[in-house]
Write a protein that binds this ligand. Structure first.
Ligand code: ADP
Ligand code: MG
Length: 266
């Protein structure tokens, strides 16, 4: 299988604003340190690690919301490491990000249909009403939801709208950053089932960031473990869970709560 992403020696540093002197520039903080990995087309990869390990920063680099300070990110054969905004524009449709808190990423003053339509307009799609209906259908929401406002929806429904907005663009890649963390267990299960189906039916490649290893175990074929901006393991899920190599991974695994018998995966 061809690789959708190839990441070589990726490093990324950010200005540490907490230590910025009154005059002069802030010191740089190295967040990602020499990452090497590939994401094959059609794969679901889990990115796990403790809080502050660099998961979100890596995610933002993959969809080029952040610019790497070193190394190279290649997306479907194109080096996107240092592409300008103008050169990124035609590619942006192809890698989408879904955020943890849909309430803050969905404009509260816009109806669901308008929210899904906005990026479609931006990327010059035609037949937008039909695309909105199809996207809602894909995420299991009735067409009538197009006229609702975000505050009229449940957390799980809002997360579905976020997913609908992303898949309406027919992307190749979706980065989901802690998207079920704020949901109750049954909504979590529904959103995960939905994602599983979409990956299968739409041929998506998915990177799923989570601190919850039980969720990752169920959804992801491969797991990458980050610790302090470095990859400590990157292996098929079953292998990693059966015999974690790094002490750090073992610590993460030990922190998984026992399965909740009330938790039903359908
Ligand atoms: P995770 O998603 O794994 O919790 P993040 O990628 O959000 O981790 O953060 C990794 C590290 O980068 C943390 O130490 C965090 O404090 C730091 N960091 C994140 N964003 C910024 C920023 N804008 N400026 C400076 N440091 C940041
Ligand atoms: Mg994060």
């Amino acid at each position: 299988m061809a690789d959708l992403y190839t990441v070589t020696d990726l490093s990324l540093s950010l200005a540490d604003m907490t230590r910025k002197p009154l005059f002069g520039t802030a010191p740089r903080l190295e967040i990602l340190k020499g990452l090497n990995f590939a994401i094959p087309k059609g794969e679901v990869i889990g990115i796990v690690g403790g809080s502050g390990s660099g998961k979100s920063t890596l995610g933002r680099a993959l969809v080029r919301l952040l610019q790497p300070s070193g190394g190279r990110i290649s997306f479907d054969g194109t080096d996107i490491t240092h592409l300008s905004d103008a050169d990124l524009r035609p590619l942006r449709r192809r890698f989408q990000m879904i955020f943890q808190d849909p309430m803050s990423s969905l404009n509260p003053r816009h109806r669901v249909g308008t929210i899904i339509a906005a990026p479609l307009h931006l990327h010059g799609f035609d037949g937008i009403p039909a695309r909105i209906n199809r996207a809602l259908d894909h995420v299991g929401l009735p067409k009538t939801f197009a006229t609702r406002y975000p505050h009229e929806l449940s957390g799980g429904q809002r997360q579905r709208v976020g997913i609908a907005r992303a898949i309406a663009l027919e992307p190749d890649f979706i980065l989901a950053d802690e998207i079920v963390s704020g949901l109750d267990v049954s909504s979590q299960a529904q959103v995960l089932n939905l994602l599983e189906g979409l990956v299968r039916d739409l041929g998506l490649t998915l990177a799923f960031i989570s601190h919850d290893l039980s969720v990752v175990r169920r959804l992801c074929a491969r797991v990458m473990v980050l610790q302090q901006g470095r990859i400590v393991e990157n292996r098929p899920t079953a292998e990693l869970f059966a015999a974690p190599e790094a002490d750090y991974t073992r610590t993460l695994l030990e922190a998984i709560p026992l399965p909740d018998p009330a938790q039903v995966w359908v």
